[in-house]
Design a protein around this ligand. Sequence first.
Ligand SMILES: [Zn+2]
Length: 79
Amino acid sequence: MNQPPLPGPAALDGSSVDALLQDTTPWLSCEECFERMDAYVEAAVHRSPQQDEAMATHLRACAACHEEAQSLVDLLRGL
Ligand SMILES: [Zn+2]
């Protein structure tokens, strides 16, 4: 069976591969953080118990996402 050629991997250098393979649990990427932010902020605004420790960890460490979350909170509270 011939496999179709996969684009990409040959172009990755060592450090890119290392970055992809790193176990970042419970750390989220900013992309994952953004995907979960709506639900997280909803819970925060409604004072529901937060189950998402990974989100909390990311928001403590990432100023950009924290700012985004804060503005969402402000927005929801303003409604
Ligand atoms: Zn982030």
